[in-house]
Design a protein around this ligand. Structure first.
Ligand code: SAM
Ligand code: SF4
Length: 541
């Protein structure tokens, strides 16, 4: 239960958007993610309201899981899976929490529905639909991962494409919901590369073109057919740009051309202005680009662009929130001292408010208790991500070779162990309090690896160990120099040459430094280089 004083502050902050619930998301929203999984929002991945096509949309919206979540939130509790919002509210980061975001939206959408005279029936339908259903993407941004980008999945993770269940029948099932919907969000993957989105936009333009349809794009793709389609419904374009300087931009957004993106952004800016809206830029504040934030606020305000900041908790080594306290203090002080001076306008007020909220959010991570809470919610989130990721991978087994299929059975336990260990080691390095329960999460995941893999031969153990390490480090730790996908073939060749004299205790391999092992193995050019690495390990152990 949340402390009563904090709860009162939270409700005062939300004002009349508090709506007698900690969060209205399950009562107003459906979040469609990959593999047909439907949840109340993008954060809570443990409370699955249903899975399409196994469940119809109607069943999902009225499911027991959805009803139970609604009840729990109304009685003042955050259900499991809502840890991130709980942590933000406990640390008084009300403005940054999704629970507050949905509270504000629910209030605003109810007014809009009433103004548009939507029938009384509307109360039985969601007001918002969020689509995050495909990972088709042409870029490999440094802070992103294979669940969001098919290019990262293929090149950094060496994994086959994920299956996708969203078919024509899904669009047909959506149609009866559309007359009552106020807003939709499209993310990805890259929305303009996702065929199912084109079909949903067609349906929106036929059934209810007034729906405010937010499309979050990397702005690399724009052609005449996209331009024509966008004319047919009420789209609101959000562009992800993490720098307005070519060098920084291309360092982060791997595979994008800065010039092309700025040209497309200029088109979207004109389109939005013609509809009385502001184009939105979404910016990932990270160690690589935080110094440019004050200038970006000025630039966007001059260009008539709204600037929103994403919350980057992971990868840990790119995130600002995981910086050592003294370094984070410097970031906060510098941003405070460099607050841009802007000519007064509603847009300037909003951009400055977002800037101050970002500083407030970052300042929260100077507090030991908040750092420790953040560590816990990262550990909890990792479990959900690993589980979701594993089921996706199990679904794609038919496309894998025999050895990979065998290794699938236990690769997720390595994943969980690596994620927990990277998080906890990083917390130690930055003097973040690591309590007994966090250590227990780590020791349990270590035991699980040893238990699950006790009967498999050493070479299989080592194969999965190295492949998962390569996958996890770039996605969770965050590296700006990324390995090539040829590494997975090199590991296969290395493993095929292992002899009985190479066998080491599995526990000894587990004790190697993860980041050092990644550096030493992920960039090798041949299986012989890995032979040399193993010889060195044998000397050491
Ligand atoms: C995954 S992308 C999908 C949409 C589209 N491809 C794009 O880049 O705008 C959705 C949003 O997540 C942001 N993002 C990517 N990696 C992130 C991370 N590690 N933490 C927070 N936001 C992240 C992107 O910048 C983008 O604004
Ligand atoms: S463009 Fe979007 S989905 Fe693609 S890699 Fe970048 S952040 Fe991820």
């Amino acid at each position: 239960m949340i402390d009563q004083f904090i709860l009162k502050e939270y409700n005062d902050f939300r004002g009349d958007a508090s709506l007698h619930t900690m969060c209205p998301a399950p009562s107003m929203n459906l979040h469609f993610s990959q593999l047909g999984i439907v949840t109340a929002c993008c954060f809570n991945r443990t409370q699955v309201m249903g899975v399409y096509p196994k469940n119809s949309l109607e069943e999902i919206w009225r499911s027991d899981v959805a009803n139970k979540m609604r009840e729990e939130l109304q009685s003042g509790h955050f259900p499991s899976g809502c840890e991130k919002c709980r942590e933000q509210i406990i640390s008084r980061d009300f403005g940054g929490s999704h629970a507050n975001f949905y509270s504000q939206q629910a209030k605003h959408f109810a007014v809009k529905r009433a103004q548009e005279n939507v029938s009384d029936e509307s109360i039985n339908f969601p007001m918002k639909l969020e689509f995050n259903i495909h990972n088709n993407c042409n870029l490999q941004c440094v802070m992103c991962h294979g669940l969001a980008s098919s290019s990262i999945r293929l090149h950094r993770e060496g994994l086959p494409a994920m299956p996708n269940p969203y078919d024509e029948a899904f669009v047909e099932q959506l149609k009866p919901f559309l007359p009552y919907v106020v807003e939709t969000d499209f993310m990805g993957g890259e929305p303009f590369m996702i065929g199912a989105y084109q079909r949903i936009w067609e349906a929106i333009s036929e059934v209810n073109p007034k729906i405010k349809t937010c499309i979050l794009t990397n702005a690399t793709i724009l052609n005449d057919s996209i331009k024509t389609l966008l004319e047919r419904f009420n789209c609101w374009i959000h562009i992800s740009i993490d720098s307005f300087k070519k060098t920084t931009y291309e360092k982060i957004r791997r595979g994008a051309s800065f010039e092309k993106v700025m040209e497309n952004a200029a088109y979207f800016n004109v389109l939005m202005k013609s509809r009385g809206l502001n184009l939105v830029w979404r910016y990932c504040p990270m160690r690589l680009n935080w110094e440019e934030i004050p200038e970006t606020v000025s630039y966007c305000t001059e260009e008539g662009i709204k600037l929103f900041f994403n919350q980057v908790d992971s990868p840990i080594h790119l995130s600002l929130t995981t910086l050592p306290v003294d370094e984070l203090q410097k970031v906060v002080e510098t941003l405070k001292a460099q607050e841009p001076v802007l000519p007064a306008s509603p847009l300037a007020t909003e951009n400055l408010r977002n800037y101050r909220e970002l500083i407030h959010r970052l300042s929260g991570y100077l507090e030991q208790e908040n750092r420790s809470n953040a560590l816990h919610s990262r550990l909890q989130a990792s479990e959900a991500v690993v589980n979701q990721y594993t089921s996706e991978r199990e679904n794609s087994l038919n496309k894998r070779n025999k050895s990979d299929a065998l290794n699938e059975q236990f690769s997720h336990v390595f994943r969980g162990y690596f994620i927990n260990r990277l998080n906890i080691e990083q917390a130690h390095q930055t003097n973040t309090k690591v309590d007994e329960s966090a250590l227990k999460v780590l020791s349990t995941s270590q035991k699980l690896v040893l238990e699950k893999t006790q009967d498999i031969p050493f070479e299989h153990f080592l194969e999965v160990y190295l492949k998962e390490l390569v996958r996890v480090v770039s996605g969770i730790w965050g590296v700006t120099k990324v390995h090539d996908r040829s590494i997975f073939g090199i590991i296969d060749e290395f493993i095929s040459r292992i002899s009985p004299s190479d066998v080491l205790a599995k526990k000894e391999i587990m004790e190697l430094s993860l980041l050092k092992t990644y550096e030493e193995t992920a960039f090798v050019k041949s299986a012989e280089d890995l032979d040399v690495w193993l010889e060195d390990v044998k000397q050491l152990t």
